[in-house]
Design a protein around this ligand. Structure first.
Ligand SMILES: CC(=O)SCCNC(=O)CCNC(=O)[C@H](O)C(C)(C)COP(=O)(O)OP(=O)(O)OC[C@H]1O[C@@H](n2cnc3c(N)ncnc32)[C@H](O)[C@@H]1OP(=O)(O)O
Ligand SMILES: CC(C)C(=O)C(=O)O
Length: 552
């Protein structure tokens, strides 16, 4: 890298718009969406989609609720042409969906584009040519007027081809490609010239699509450009202002959002942000960002995993696990303080009277996207007691008292450090069992027992195995637990002083079990926990005493 990058790269000029209004606006309704997955997305793939994949993706886009779908570049070749004409011929386009195709401003390509749409009920033909100084000089070697003529010549060809096919309801889109790096007044001049040819009206508007073909500035600059354009384009009421951002600086979504605030009506992009280089605007993210502000995006993203599966199958591109909303890990917390807050959030939600979503660290309810709460908390060496307790509660129905959570989390931490890997629910359950529940290496294990007596004076008589040898023991107490503790001293267990006791049911009905948690102090000042789980609540208590005795 250069020590002084200014010798090679220049700062992007700002727009002179001191009375800009977009910064104080908010997004209050969904824009018109145009999916270009099958065109801009497709042209950026290592292996462009075949007809089967294009068909699958088309069906997904329809299911999601996209009403305008750019289905390809018909003049690119037979695969494209046949797919598009096949959609039309085979009646695969729902009545409320309009397909769109892209073409350069060349007669043969425009004729091919119209031919691919033969018989369509309605269609949008999208014409483009680059207008910025660099493209004028480098790509076309043309003056401003010559570049404007590419656009107007193309517009005339669209008009004439459409006139030959009155059976189709034609709409037109014009993109001054490289808009965001062109002079604003020149973009307006070219668009106005195209409008002069196509003569749009408020009832039959022209879509003027303003691409950040290569993202070159902060998104506020793009918003200024859009607001400036909206103010200066003639007959604004006869124009649908459309945005087409790319993500070269990582702000394609932000630019689209600010562009909507700046007055645009329509947004082009791809599901999950596929597209040239770093991608197009990610429509899923823009839509769900709106959703989290309480605005209906008018897209159905309620099965995000199915969407991801289809998109990855069709594009053969992976989705990064941290991709907003759609990545595998975006609803998962590994770190202790996040887990603690999420767990508390869910507990608080149970007490809440309304539906308002306020779970720390989760900007959206995973369930709204068809995701379960299972993966919300996962455990590794960064995790804390709250997360571990959550997993035991979700997976096993155990509601550990707080100090037991802390006790157990030390064991989990030691295992996570020793293994240097994530611990799944099974690992955690096995560790819990080997730490607190009966096992073959226990000194004390319960064979059978009986209890008798009245309230306040209970007699426990039982048989326990002590280091492999069966012993009969008995003890009295004002309750069963104290009776067992008294009996266990006959078996050689250390004195246990109960500091805390709690119990709860696990599950419901005939299969329900009970869990008992016992915190005991020892004579030497240490604290040990005992846990008992049994179908019978009294037996769960007895097991908890033996568990504590074993751990003592
Ligand atoms: C920003 C975007 O994403 S634009 C969309 C880009 N998508 C694609 O290119 C995918 C499909 N493209 C293709 O299949 C082919 O490129 C085709 C069929 C369009 C054209 O192929 P070819 O005729 O072989 O030419 P090629 O792609 O090299 O085009 C370059 C020529 O088109 C000219 N050109 C570029 N854009 C335009 C335009 N919008 N209108 C008219 N001419 C144009 C160039 O100046 C160049 O002309 P030259 O040969 O006189 O120098
Ligand atoms: C053709 C236009 C809309 C385009 O894809 C771009 O500029 O990125």
């Amino acid at each position: 890298m250069l020590r002084d990058p200014s010798t090679k790269y220049r700062p992007f000029p700002t727009v002179d718009l001191p009375d800009r209004r977009w910064p104080s606006r908010t997004i209050t309704r969904a824009p018109r969406w145009l999916s270009t997955d099958l065109r801009d997305g497709n042209q950026a793939l290592i292996d462009p989609m075949d007809a089967e994949k294009k068909g699958r993706l088309f069906d997904l886009l329809v299911r999601v609720g996209l009403k305008e779908i750019e289905v390809g570049f018909p003049s690119a070749g037979a695969t494209e042409f046949d797919f598009i004409s096949g959609l039309v011929r085979n009646g695969r386009i729902p009545d409320d969906v309009t397909i769109q195709v892209l073409t350069q401003s060349r007669r043969d390509l425009i004729e091919t584009s119209f031919a691919s749409l033969e018989g369509a009920r309605t269609a949008i033909v999208h014409l483009y040519n680059a207008v910025s100084p660099a493209w004028r000089r480098i790509v076309f070697g043309m003056t401003r007027d010559e570049v404007k003529a590419i656009a107007t010549d193309g517009a005339r060809m669209l008009r004439d081809e459409a006139a030959k096919r009155p059976g189709t309801d034609w709409q037109f889109e014009y993109s001054p490609e490289t808009f965001s790096t062109a002079e604003l007044d020149f973009s307006v001049e070219v668009c106005a010239a195209v409008m002069d040819v196509l003569r749009p009206t408020p009832d039959k508007p022209l879509i003027l699509n303003l691409p950040a073909t290569v993202e070159a500035a902060t998104p506020n600059v793009y918003a200024d450009q859009i607001e400036w354009f909206c103010r200066n384009v003639p007959n604004r009421e006869s124009v649908v202002v459309s945005l087409h951002t790319h993500n070269d600086r990582g702000t394609g979504v932000a630019a689209a959002e600010l562009g909507i605030m700046a007055g645009a009506d329509r947004v082009e992009g791809c599901l999950l942000g596929n597209g040239e280089r770093t991608g197009n605007c990610d429509l899923v993210t823009v839509a769900l960002n709106m959703y989290t502000q309480g605005v209906d995006p008018q897209l159905d993203l309620s099965d995000i995993d199915a969407l991801v599966n289809t998109v990855t199958y069709c594009t053969n591109l992976p989705v990064h696990p941290r991709t907003p909303y759609a990545g595998d890990l975006v609803f998962t917390a590994f770190s202790g303080s996040h887990q603690d807050a999420i767990k508390k959030g869910f507990a608080a939600r149970e007490q809440q009277n309304d539906e308002a979503w306020q779970i720390p660290y989760l900007p959206i309810d995973p369930a709204d996207l068809g995701r379960s709460y299972e993966a919300v908390i996962r455990v590794n060496s960064q995790s804390g007691k709250g997360g571990i307790a959550w997993i035991l509660e979700q997976d096993r129905g155990l509601k550990l008292p707080k100090r037991l959570q802390a006790d157990f989390s030390r064991h989990v931490q030691a295992l996570a450090d020793a293994t240097s890997r994530e611990l799944n629910a099974d690992d955690i359950w096995q560790l819990f069992q080997s730490t607190y529940l009966p096992g073959e290496h226990d000194r004390f294990s319960l064979r059978d027992y009986q209890e008798s007596g009245a309230a306040g004076d209970r007699l426990f008589v039982g048989r326990v195995s002590v280091a492999g040898e069966d012993r009969s023991i008995s003890g009295r107490g004002n309750g069963l637990i104290s009776g067992v503790i008294a009996a266990m001293s006959e078996a050689g267990a250390p004195a246990l002083d109960v500091a805390d006791y709690s119990e709860h049911a696990i599950g419901k009905g005939a299969d329900a079990q009970a869990a008992t948690y016992l915190e005991c102090r020892l004579d030497d000042g240490r604290t040990v926990w005992g846990v008992g789980i049994d179908a019978d609540i009294a037996t769960a208590g007895v097991r908890a005493v033996l568990s504590a005795a074993n751990r003592a």
